[in-house]
Ligand binder design. Structure first.
Ligand code: IPD
Ligand code: CA
Ligand code: CA
Length: 286
């Protein structure tokens, strides 16, 4: 059924509308997740879009399953999907950002840490997010003003106050062997200051884990809107803070994201500003 998509100015009606968008985002994320389960351990071929950036039939069919649901409900909305690009109504104030398989490298290697990430941006601001992990059957959801949940139970960011007691996570973009600004120096810097830095391999799940307090903070450069938009809503609604590295709220365009439990936010901004790039070289000949 096609949904009416004019957002109400009445706050309780608006919350009902956001809740309805969230339910459809959830349905789409779970449909994508079913495709990932089907192809798990059963990939005949893995293509490389550019060095190190993989794509599989699971990415493509998950995206098709997600698109079928979103386009059926919202034929007049805009869409930005990782594998298909820009679709739908580019004039709409509603934009769905879809990562049908976040963590393709993990998936292709049968390392079970990947997700489907679906976000709705309204007037450019992430307002609805659903991140589904098919391996643990965990669905992380949030919409502006409605709070964040994991499997329908409320979640909250951690209470960790000091970097020295924190566990962080980060990631490395596919251009990391080509640019000096490759996040290696930041990784070393925070590894020294904290109880550890993980590299999950799925930005959407990294953000969801900050939201539910499994991790205390996350930073990464070179992200695309489909990687981050759902996780941004989930962290914010779980009580966390998400900005660019310099503290600016204009996240989606910068591609440099810092998400924390709030207590560590200024400390991480200050530390990121101190980091100097490591000497640039191609250690393995790439
Ligand atoms: C990647 C993952 C990874 C992050 C990369 C992303 P993909 O997405 O989120 O954790 O470090 O920057 O591109 O390619 O698996 O959808
Ligand atoms: Ca991604
Ligand atoms: Ca992807």
């Amino acid at each position: 059924m096609t949904q009416s998509t004019e957002l109400s100015s009445n706050s309780s009606t608006r919350q009902d509308q956001l809740s309805s968008f969230l339910d459809i985002a959830t349905e789409a994320a779970c449909a994508g997740g079913a495709v990932l389960k089907f192809y798990w351990g059963n990939l005949q071929e893995v293509e490389e879009k550019r060095p190190g950036d993989l794509v599989t039939i699971a990415d493509k069919e998950s995206e098709a399953a997600v698109l079928a649901i979103l386009q059926r409900h919202f034929p007049d909305h805009g869409i930005l999907a990782e594998e298909s690009g820009v679709l739908g109504n580019s004039e709409s104030r509603y934009l769905w950002a879809i990562d049908p398989l976040d963590g393709t490298t993990n998936f292709a290697h049968q390392y079970p840490f990947s997700s489907v990430s679906i976000a709705l941006l309204i007037d450019g601001i992430p307002a609805v997010g659903a991140v589904y992990d098919p391996f643990r059957d965990e669905i992380f959801r949030a919409a502006t003003g409605l709070g964040a949940t994991r499997n329908r139970q409320p979640i909250h960011v951690s209470k960790t106050l000091e970097l020295s007691r924190s566990l962080l996570v980060t990631g490395f973009a596919y251009d990391r062997t080509l640019v000096e600004d490759n996040n290696y120096a930041e990784f070393c810097h925070f590894t020294h200051l904290t109880q550890g830095v993980r590299r999950g391999g799925s930005a959407a799940m990294d953000l969801a884990y900050v939201a539910c307090g499994r991790l205390d903070g996350y930073w990464e450069r070179g992200l695309s809107l489909w990687d981050l938009a759902a996780g941004v809503v989930i962290v914010r609604e779980a009580g966390g803070v998400v900005t660019a590295y310099n503290g600016s709220d204009h996240i989606p365009k910068s591609g440099r994201l810092l998400a924390t439990n709030g207590h560590l936010h200024q400390q991480m901004i200050d530390e990121l500003a101190l980091v100097q790039p490591l000497p640039f070289k191609f250690p393995f000949g790439r």
